[in-house]
Design a binder for this molecule. Structure first.
Ligand code: SF4
Ligand code: SF4
Length: 346
C-alpha cells in the first residue's frame, strides 16, 4: 500500500478537527537539550516525572526507535468570551482559559485516534505513538520544526495567525513524510510577558521557573502554597494566563467555535464566594469532564481560600470563619483558610 504524503496527512488532520498540522523530522534537535538544563536548575519544582522522562524527551526515538517523522497538531481553544473583566475582578475566580471547556486530553485523544485510523486506511499498519500533553515528548520544539510557530519568551508556542491559545499534540511515526520548514521567531525586542509576570517566574527570556509560576503553584503543586506568593495569586484560583493575555500575538482575536472549548456553566469568572460555598460533592460534579479535575477538589479549595483572602470582600471573612470550624476540612485547606481570614481581618 502506498504511504500518504504530508499533504494527505494535513487534509485528514483538518477533517479530524485540528486547526494546525505540520511535520518535523524525528531528530534530536539542539533545542531538546534545553530541558536538561532546566531540570538541573531545579525549575521543574516537584514535577519529578520530568526528571524520570527526561531521556525520552530528549529524542522521540527513545520512545519509538523506528520514528522518522513527528506529526504535530495544534488546536485553537480561544473563545469569544473575555477573561473576567469589570470592577469585580478581585471577587471573581480567574480560571485559566484552557480549563473553561471540556477536558482537552479526552477530546484531543479521540481526534488523534480518528486521525491515526484515517492514515491507516491509506497506508495500512504503521508504527506510531500518539500523545496529547502527557507523553514524553517536547511538543513545542517539534512544533517549531514542523512550522507551526515559534517558542515565545513566555515559553508558549506562538502561531502568527492564531496566537498561543493552542493545545499541542503529536503523533510520532515511522512514516517518511516530507518535513516542513522550521518557523522563525517573532518576539523581537518585546518583553511584555516577562514584565507582566506577577511573581518573576520568567527569570529571563525562555526560562520559566515553575516554582514561582501561578500555574504550577495552583495546579501541579500538591502541598501548601508558599506564603510569599499568596498575595500575588490574587483571584487566580486555577492557573494563570497573564503572560499570554499581554502577548501582542494574541490580539488578533482568533477564536474557535468548537463546542468543546466553550466555557462550561460555572467556570467562566464565577464569584469566588459562590464557588467556596459549594459542597465538595457539588465541586466534584463541576469538575467532572473538565481539565480542572487534575487538581481535584482539595487543591481547588486551597486555591479558593487564598483568592478569597486576597479579595477584600467584606462578606468573605464570615463565610471563611464558618467553614474553618468544620472539622471535616482538610488540614491543608484549614491552614490556607487561616491565612485568608488574617488577610481579610487586616
Ligand atoms: S503563567 Fe502567570 S505566573 Fe506563570 S509565568 Fe506566566 S504570568 Fe508568570
Ligand atoms: S509577550 Fe512579547 S516577548 Fe512575550 S511571548 Fe509575546 S511577543 Fe514574545
Amino acid at each position: 500500500m502506498p504511504g500518504p504524503s504530508a499533504a494527505d496527512v494535513k487534509n485528514l488532520a483538518s477533517r479530524c478537527g485540528f486547526d494546525l498540522c505540520g511535520v518535523a523530522p524525528a531528530e534530536d534537535f539542539d533545542e531538546l537539550q534545553f530541558l536538561r538544563e532546566w531540570i538541573a536548575r531545579g525549575y521543574h519544582g516537584e514535577m519529578h516525572y520530568m526528571e524520570r522522562t527526561a531521556e525520552g524527551r530528549a529524542d522521540v526515538r527513545a520512545v519509538l526507535p523506528s520514528a522518522r517523522s513527528v506529526i504535530v497538531l495544534g488546536t485553537l481553544y480561544n473563545t469569544p468570551q473575555r477573561a473576567s473583566t469589570g470592577n469585580d475582578q478581585a471577587t471573581r475566580a480567574s480560571i485559566a482559559r484552557y480549563a473553561w471547556g471540556d477536558d482537552y486530553h479526552d477530546v484531543i485523544q479521540a481526534r488523534l485516534t480518528k486521525l491515526v485510523k484515517s492514515i491507516r486506511d491509506i497506508t495500512g499498519h504503521f508504527e506510531h505513538r500518539a500523545y496529547v500533553d502527557t507523553g514524553p515528548i517536547q511538543e513545542r520544539v517539534y512544533a517549531q520544526y514542523a512550522g507551526l510557530g515559534w517558542i515565545g519568551k513566555n515559553t508558549c508556542l506562538i502561531n502568527r495567525d492564531l496566537g498561543s491559545w493552542l493545545f499541542l499534540s503529536a503523533i510520532i511515526c515511522d512514516l517518511a513524510l516530507d518535513p516542513d520548514t522550521r518557523a522563525l521567531e517573532h518576539c523581537g525586542r518585546c518583553t511584555l510577558c516577562i514584565d507582566s509576570c506577577p511573581t518573576g517566574a520568567l527569570r529571563e527570556p525562555y526560562h520559566l521557573d515553575a516554582r514561582r509560576c501561578l500555574s504550577y503553584l495552583t495546579i501541579e503543586n500538591k502541598g501548601p502554597i508558599p506564603v510569599e506568593y499568596r498575595p500575588a495569586i490574587g483571584a487566580h484560583a486555577y492557573g494563570c494566563d497573564i503572560c499570554q493575555e499581554v502577548c501582542p500575538w494574541n490580539r488578533r482575536d482568533a477564536v474557535s467555535n468548537d463546542p468543546a472549548w466553550q466555557p462550561r456553566a460555572g467556570l467562566h469568572a464565577p464569584r469566588l464566594l459562590d464557588l467556596w460555598q459549594r459542597r465538595d460533592d457539588e465541586l466534584r460534579h463541576l469538575l467532572k469532564g473538565s481539565p480542572m479535575k487534575r487538581a481535584g477538589v482539595r487543591r481547588l479549595r486551597r486555591n479558593l481560600a487564598v483568592s478569597v483572602g486576597n479579595s477584600g470582600d467584606p462578606e468573605a471573612a464570615a463565610a471563611l470563619e464558618g467553614s474553618r470550624e468544620e472539622t471535616s476540612l482538610d488540614p491543608l485547606v484549614r491552614e490556607h483558610v487561616k491565612w485568608a481570614v488574617e488577610q481579610l481581618d487586616g
